[in-house]
Design a protein around this ligand. Structure first.
Ligand SMILES: Nc1nc2c(c(=O)[nH]1)N[C@@H](CN(C=O)c1ccc(C(=O)N[C@@H](CCC(=O)O)C(=O)O)cc1)CN2
Length: 296
């Protein structure tokens, strides 16, 4: 049987480190780290995630500033709010929940965030620094993926990693971070030929494609580490939908370790967000330009 990687437990360990940073800042006389969370519109899943982020701030002693804006909010009004948050000293981290409504240019909005407060790690400055290996704030889900892999195998240098999916939020940055760990990385996508055969060569397989149970048992090499980033909601009768990952979990029990859905990668996303915010506050407090080093 494959080891089930308990994302909630690893997230709790990271929360402890975050709490230590928060407590040391407060003991030194600084304000608690502050996270501004911006939600535009009424996407039900986004509303739930934003609520979880605010509650997690309360739990770990961070200050949170929630901004829930109407679906019809103009891009200009959103950019003006980000400008204000960039200027507020009590805000160490800014997060704009995605996806944004179609009339708003997501790239323009994310680029308006001060890179030092970009605790999502989406700003091109952070993407560039992380890619160049010169610091930068690492994006939350990809950093969580790497932490889960390393909870199973500390040194992954030299291993063959295959990433399914090339999104800016998950696939590409996961590949960047695994490359930085010394893995030999293959990024696959909708045009990839013979996907199953490529996956079957992987020591580390990360599925981030959003297709329920795409990855079957014979796509997974015995002894591989399998990380499932997919969160796919099935329609059940009487509102009884359930969550499925991108991996057919029951078929991959010959893997060394596998993440469940739910309870795998998801909890790491929020834990890493708060950690990035505490780190940004620590850097601001030390007179730096904010959150530019990561050390987990
Ligand atoms: N600005 C951002 N927007 C979005 C991000 C992000 O990192 N930054 N990621 C996702 C949504 N997301 C956080 O925002 C997120 C997704 C899933 C989970 C999670 O804990 N999932 C649970 C299942 C919960 C459920 O029932 O839906 C799990 O996998 O165990 C946390 C955060 C897109 N937008």
């Amino acid at each position: 049987m494959a080891e089930i990687i308990d994302g909630r437990a690893v997230a709790r360990e990271l929360d402890q480190q975050t709490q230590e940073i928060v407590q040391s800042l407060v003991a030194e006389g600084h304000a608690p780290p502050g996270l501004a969370v911006v939600l535009v519109g009424n996407d039900p899943a986004s509303e739930i995630y934003v609520g979880h982020k605010t509650k997690a701030c309360e739990r770990l002693g961070l200050a949170s500033f929630e901004h829930r804006l109407a679906e019809t909010t103009s891009e200009g009004a959103l950019l003006a709010l980000i400008g204000e948050l960039n200027d507020r000293d009590e805000v160490d981290g800014i997060l704009v929940q995605v996806p944004l409504p179609d009339h708003i240019d997501e790239a323009r909005v994310l680029e308006a965030i001060d890179p030092a407060k970009d605790v999502d790690g989406f700003h091109p400055v952070n993407v560039g620094r992380v890619s160049a290996g010169t610091g930068g704030i690492r994006p939350c889900t990809p950093a969580g993926v790497v932490m889960l892999i390393k909870s199973v195998e500390r040194d992954i240098a030299g291993l063959d990693a295959v990433v399914i999916g090339r999104s800016n939020i998950v696939g590409k940055p996961v590949a960047t971070l695994l490359l930085a760990e010394g893995c030999t990385v293959t990024v696959t996508h909708s045009k990839t030929r013979d996907l199953a055969a490529k996956c079957a060569r992987a020591d580390i397989l990360v599925a981030a494609v959003g297709k329920p149970e795409l990855v079957r048992g014979d796509w997974v090499k015995p002894g591989a580490i399998v990380i499932d980033v997919g969160i796919n909601r099935t329609q059940g009768g009487e509102g009884k939908g359930r969550l499925l990952g991108d991996v057919a979990f029951d078929e991959v029990q010959h893997a060394r370790a596998v993440t469940p859905v739910p309870g795998g990668v998801g909890p790491m996303t929020i834990a890493m967000l708060l950690h990035n915010t505490a780190q940004a506050a620590r850097t601001f407090a030390s007179g730096g330009e904010g959150g530019m080093t990561q050390d987990q």
